[in-house]
Design a protein around this ligand. Structure first.
Ligand SMILES: [Zn+2]
Ligand SMILES: [Zn+2]
Length: 261
């Protein structure tokens, strides 16, 4: 068994699609093919590796040292990157690219799609609450179950989690291809637990950008890039499915309206 928090390699049973989710409105699964995005993602992988930085669009002397791979990715770790091939209203191909959360809180680099939330909202509200929950969990685990302190910490963590849930539900707005827009609570498949990081992966960033810009997605691919010893079971340069815990529950809504003419 693999944890649902680990990205799964693209299934050999369904090798043509890695971005999918169940839609509660239609009662069926929507999916985007990998299609041309696979080759475009390999080009991106090559650009990143040969430049050694994420601002590879600019000449070397203009490069920002903060965006070097050594700085944005912790040694021995890696990151997910995504490509969305789209068609504009005029019939032109537009290729979008995204990264999932980078080290040092770097969220915006020219040439990459923007995150759903503003930097200030994310840094001042979402991140501190996530850190607080982690801290409380560590403290909680150090206390004997049934003790007064254990109970107090459990109550406190529940309150912080509830606040975070409300803040995330209010802050994130997800678009789809029927012209719809929903909060996180309304976009997820009913009954899905809301967890930190929903909306921060490549797939929702790319699809939201496309929907806002009036672009029609044609294909998507997400790959992992890592340096040094491999992190978990992920392999550098391998394609992965949109993650089960954070992405699949919202992708059904976000992809809705795409697979019909
Ligand atoms: Zn994800
Ligand atoms: Zn649908």
């Amino acid at each position: 068994m693999t944890s649902s928090l680990q990205p799964q390699p693209v299934s050999t049973d369904m090798p043509n699609s890695a971005c999918f989710g169940d839609c509660a409105d239609c009662g069926r699964r929507h999916a985007l093919p990998i299609g041309n995005a696979r080759g475009l993602a390999l080009d991106l992988l090559h650009d990143i590796e040969s430049a050694g930085r994420l601002d590879f669009d600019v000449p070397e002397h203009e490069a920002d040292p903060r965006y070097s791979l050594d700085n944005v990715i912790r040694p021995g770790h890696g990151n997910m990157f995504g490509i969305l091939e789209c068609e504009s209203a005029e019939g032109e191909t537009v290729v979008l690219r995204a990264f999932s959360s980078l080290r040092h809180g770097i969220r915006r680099i020219d040439g990459w799609v923007l995150p759903l939330l503003s930097a200030s909202l994310y840094d001042e509200t979402i991140l501190p609450a996530q850190d607080e929950i982690k801290r409380l969990t560590t403290e909680l685990n150090a206390q004997p179950v049934g003790s007064k302190e254990h109970q107090r910490l459990q109550d406190e963590r529940r309150n912080v989690s509830r606040d975070l849930w409300e803040q995330m539900c209010a802050a994130y707005r997800f678009r789809n291809f029927r012209g719809g827009e929903r909060s996180l609570a309304d976009a997820v498949v009913p009954g899905t637990p809301i967890t930190g990081g929903m909306g921060e992966c490549c797939a929702p960033k790319l699809l939201n950008h496309a929907a806002i810009a009036g672009l029609r997605p044609l294909s998507m691919a997400e790959f992992y890039w890592g340096s040094g010893p491999q992190h978990g079971s992920r392999i550098s340069g391998e394609f992965y499915e949109s993650c089960e815990a954070r992405c699949q529950p919202i992708l059904g809504y976000m992809l809705c309206g795409l697979d019909e003419s």
